[in-house]
Ligand binder design. Structure first.
Ligand code: C5P
Length: 233
């Protein structure tokens, strides 16, 4: 897959208000072309803002992790598709994924599946009633996502290498938990540098705090894009 290094960086707009998101987007200017909006901003005006960003020529990843009865998922996906955003996340349950794939037909919306949340370990799965380890369930759901026609997966960069043979070259891998060598880890436990994540097979890198909390966000984003470019050549 040949992607422009600039569009492989997705900056997470993890801020509490549209005003703060607008200020950040203005500060990052042409350096950043792809943004992720999650629960925090989505529930504070971020859905309309996602549409506005898409209309302004930016790509948007709406990280809403949908999961409900099929009909409700389908109607939600139809509404999201009308916003003109690029990526939407759904949980990797077969019924949810089928409904989402059917509903986005004819639109440019691409669907990403979340296999197992990275905050879950084997004990959390057992407590939720599953008789699988995390790696077994990740592998099973990745194969189901592929078979259903999902466009990509959100996964840790450490999982990327393991998942690529299952999903093949056609699906994209979107990886958070990215930390440039000189930055703070924060609460992320398993991190990779941008270069290592690209080498492991990630297509897109989701980066929040190393960009948005930097003293110079634009320079931080430019440095990550340069690292992606070097690693990809
Ligand atoms: O600030 P930081 O770079 O850690 O932000 C990473 C972003 O990716 C956050 O928006 C976080 O919610 C998201 N994310 C994650 N791990 C996952 C899935 C999403 O860190 N497994």
């Amino acid at each position: 897959m040949s992607l422009d290094p600039r569009e492989r960086l997705i900056v997470a707009l993890d801020v509490p208000s549209v005003a703060e998101a607008e200020a950040l987007v203005a500060r990052l200017g042409d350096t950043v072309s792809f943004y992720k909006i999650g629960y925090q901003l989505a529930f504070a005006g971020g859905i309309d803002f996602a549409g506005a960003l898409a209309s302004a020529g930016k790509q948007v990843f709406l990280d809403l992790k949908l999961h409900d009865i099929g009909n409700t998922v389908a109607k939600g996906v139809e509404s999201v598709a009308r916003l003109g955003v690029t990526f939407l996340t759904v949980h990797a349950y077969p019924q949810t994924m089928h409904a989402a794939v059917d509903a986005r037909r004819g639109s440019n919306l691409r669907l990403l599946a979340v296999t197992v949340l990275t905050s879950y370990d084997d004990a959390d799965l057992a407590a939720a009633g599953y008789d699988f380890t995390v790696s077994e369930l990740v592998a099973e759901r990745a194969a189901q996502a592929r078979d259903v026609g999902i466009d990509g997966l959100v996964c840790s960069a450490a999982e990327a290498e393991m998942l690529r043979p299952t999903i093949g070259p056609g699906m994209v891998l979107v990886t958070p938990g990215i930390r440039p060598a000189d930055s703070e880890k924060g609460d992320q436990k398993r991190v990779m540098t941008p270069a290592a994540a690209i080498a492991a097979g990630a297509d897109y890198l989701v980066v929040g705090r190393p960009v948005i909390a930097a003293s110079d966000p634009k320079a931080a984003a430019a440095a990550i894009i340069a690292e992606i470019k070097n690693a990809a050549t």
